[in-house]
Design a protein around this ligand. Structure first.
Ligand code: ADP
Length: 736
């Protein structure tokens, strides 16, 4: 391999810049030259100044920018052989024979065609005297690697595409805003979101916002019947007391006969049949825009880095790969299989094979759709026959985490829909001991899906001594058959203490299940906890602003994040904001490290750097505090730069939950309720904590808590994200 070219193609999407930055810095760090090709395939065909060598600094300051800074375009000429011949010549002129292509299936198909044709194109260039045989011999093959860039999340081979999460952010901001005006006027709204062939954005945004009805290409309703069904559902919602009705539709919505369902048609039906004042909002291009979410910045960084590493290891006979993500892990799969499967799914819609289509979208698609359909009902629809009606309690414990309300809503509705009584425990374990328990109805949790804070109340008190007796009495009085604790460390500690005392207190012999909800992401048994994505997004938007405030001065910021002894928030926000140094408790900081860092800072500013960003976890070190560091850097910086500190504080715990936190809170809560019911009906019920592991939801027995958790430091014994430190180190280097 000689030099690498990188370009973005097709529709722009947020996170493309992060991928560009990571690829450029990884390549330069490994001593490989890398060129950006501006305007996608058009730049490839035009050549000249459209293909520019990248330096370390040319990708500085782009992480927080939406779209793609190197441009994208549709290009008809590249679809012709003549265009591709010119493209090959342009690449050879610059000494490039490896390409990183960021785009959708169209762009990736084009790249593969180009790769296959390459030897032939090179031969023609020699025959027509455009290049010498000696030059041709240097470039026998073109290597390519694809990264999925598309807001639709429609690419087979990756759980998420670059830009889909940011698009969801834009959509739920809009629907939340529409929801409040709709409720004020008791109006109905039809909201159309992008997705011609893929209903991901529609389903997930409907789930996240608590919408009342949804249309997606994968689940088309029967012609005509849908009108009656939708009207019945919305009427029932009104009768149950809902003040707003929101219908979310993917732009590619159809009925099962293949007829398009338009927002205009839906509006007319609602007006005619229900007499509802109905408005249409077509979200359009706002969905593409804006600063990338924390997730898209991280995803772009991981994929861009992996793409370069992959190209360095590639052999000429290797099949080209698509680099994507499964759970939290970067994975690669044969590129053309992914493209073929993506096309096959789209084709299933044309053939009206919708069941197969849903299946190919992956396991969680079908279950999320089913969940959505239960949660949007106007009232529970319990089965006619059930083994035993259970009484299940839901509570919080630990610090507040955005998404707690979302989880309670999902648990209460899911449980009630299965015919069980759902009880809310107010104010954590002390509330349970004080008997603050109330049955929750379907409408009690209406509107909770997007609400920040915790309606049930939460605190960090862990029960001890006499509390257990009071708790046992409350459980007995309310005949509780199972307990769901949605919270953080205090919740897990409290649940474990109850579990340990189950011989002493027979009432504790019920399934007790913990659902990780803490911004710190410090719970064992789960790679992610509810609330941490929202907190990360709050941190990065604050840090973006802090960085912008330093326009006129040479300044270094030391920003302190929450997280207790877990460095997740500090580390991931550092990765997503381009911090040059992150201090974590996990790294066991020494004075020597600080000396090296001070020297690095001084060198950086001497070379002309204008802004420094350092992120420190609140408990990174008991002596080297944020204040200490700021003073140290200030003293050492002298006239070269000044230092400001910023302790972000409680803004990290608040706010409306992010789309990801809402979706995952819902999924986990539903799994937990199913698990509790199953265990409550078994003679020897198990207790557990739930989580995401390797992209799947799984349960770990509560008896394993001491084995997997470091209970002194309040974090898991192994933390997956620590493996990302090498990538972060490369990204944060100053120009070599
Ligand atoms: P996306 O990559 O988002 O699916 P498009 O399908 O519009 O977007 O493709 C973007 C560009 O990729 C096209 O304008 C064209 O230059 C190139 N391209 C797409 N499909 C092919 C193809 N089959 N052969 C050659 N080039 C293609």
């Amino acid at each position: 391999m000689n030099r690498i070219g990188i370009f973005t193609s097709g529709g722009d999407s947020s996170g493309m810049n992060a991928a560009l930055r990571a690829a450029v810095r990884t390549a330069l760090d490994l001593g490989v030259e890398i060129y950006a090709i501006y305007e996608g395939y058009r730049g490839l065909v035009e050549g000249g100044e459209k293909i520019m060598e990248m330096t370390w600094d040319s990708v500085g300051g782009i992480l927080q920018r939406g779209g793609t800074v190197i441009g994208t375009a549709r290009c008809k000429r590249f679809r012709t052989r003549e265009g591709r011949l010119q493209a090959a010549r342009n690449l050879i002129e610059k000494g490039i024979n490896a390409l990183i292509v960021i785009g959708g299936d169209g762009s990736l198909t084009g790249a593969d065609l180009f790769r296959k044709e390459w030897p032939d194109l090179v031969r023609e260039l020699v025959e027509t005297g455009k290049i010498t045989p000696e030059t041709a011999a240097i470039y026998p093959n073109l290597h390519i690697v694809g990264l999925p860039g598309s807001i639709d999340n429609d690419m087979y081979g990756s759980d998420m595409t670059l830009g889909a999460d940011t698009a969801l952010h834009r959509i739920i901001e809009a629907i939340d805003a529409i929801g409040s005006t709709a409720a004020s006027h008791q109006r109905s709204f039809v909201v159309e979101v992008m997705g011609r062939k893929c209903g991901y954005l529609a389903i997930m945004s409907a789930l996240a916002t608590g919408a009342d009805w949804v249309f997606v290409p994968e689940n088309p309703p029967a012609p005509e019947e849908w009108k009656t069904e939708m009207c019945q559902a919305l009427r029932a919602g009104r009768e149950a007391g809902r003040r707003d009705s929101i219908v979310v539709m993917a732009e590619g919505a159809r009925d099962s006969a293949g007829n398009p369902i338009t927002s205009q048609e839906v509006k007319e039906i609602l007006e005619k049949r229900l007499g509802e004042d109905t408005r249409i909002t077509i979200l359009g291009h706002v969905q593409r825009g804006g600063s990338p979410s924390a997730f898209d910045r991280t995803l772009g960084t991981l994929l861009g880095h992996a793409a370069v590493e992959h190209l360095l290891e590639i052999e000429p006979e290797d099949d080209p790969q698509l680099i994507g993500i499964r759970g939290n892990r970067v994975v690669s799969s044969p590129l053309m299989d992914c493209v073929a499967q993506t096309h096959a799914i789209a084709k299933l819609a044309e053939e009206h094979e919708y069941a197969k289509m849903r299946e190919m979208r992956g396991g969680s698609f079908t279950s999320v759709y089913k969940t959505l359909h239960v949660l949007l009902q106007a009232e529970p629809n319990p089965p006619a026959k059930m083994e035993r009606k259970l009484r299940l309690a839901v509570m919080h414990s630990g610090g507040p985490a955005p998404g707690m309300n979302t989880a309670v809503r999902a648990a209460v509705r899911w449980g009630r829909n299965l015919g069980h009584a759902m009880l809310g425990v107010y104010n954590g374990f002390p509330g349970l001991a004080d008997n603050e328990v109330k049955e929750l109805s379907w409408m009690d949790v209406n509107g909770w899906s997007n609400r920040g804070g915790a309606e049930l109340g939460t605190n960090r008190d862990v029960p001890s001594n006499g509390d257990f007796y009071a708790i046992a009495r409350a459980l007995e009085q309310h005949k509780v058959d199972g307990l769901l604790v949605i919270g953080g460390e205090a919740g897990y500690d409290g649940a474990y203490e109850m579990f340990r005392r189950r011989r002493e207190f027979p009432n504790f012999n019920i399934p007790i299940v913990c659902l990780p909800a803490t911004i710190d992401n410090d719970r064992p048994g789960s790679e992610l906890s509810i609330g941490s994505d929202t907190a990360l997004n709050s941190i990065i938007s604050a840090v973006d602003k802090i960085k912008e405030s330093a326009v006129a001065s040479r300044r270094c910021f030391v920003v302190e994040t929450m997280g207790e002894h877990c460095g997740y928030l500090a580390f991931m926000s550092g990765l997503a904001t381009g911090a040059e140094r992150v201090y974590l408790h996990e790294d066991q900081l020494t004075l020597k490290d600080l000396q090296v860092d001070v020297d690095q800072l001084v060198i950086g500013f001497k070379r002309g750097k204008r802004l420094g960003l350092i992120i420190r976890n609140e408990k990174a070190h008991s002596v080297y505090t944020t204040d200490f560091m700021a003073r140290l850097f200030e003293a050492e910086g002298g006239d070269l730069f000044d230092v400001r500190q910023s302790i972000l504080g409680h803004l990290q715990q608040g706010g409306s939950p992010s789309p990801f936190d809402r979706i995952q809170a819902t999924r986990l809560a539903v799994h937990c309720v199913d698990y509790i019911i199953e265990q409550a009906l078994s003679p020897e019920p198990c207790s557990a904590f739930v989580g995401f592991q390797g992209g799947k939801i799984s349960f770990t027995g509560l008896e394993d808590y001491p084995r997997v958790a470091d209970q002194t430091l309040g974090r898991p014994k192994t933390q997956w994200w620590l493996d990302l430190r090498d990538i972060a180190r490369v990204m944060a280097k100053t120009a070599p």
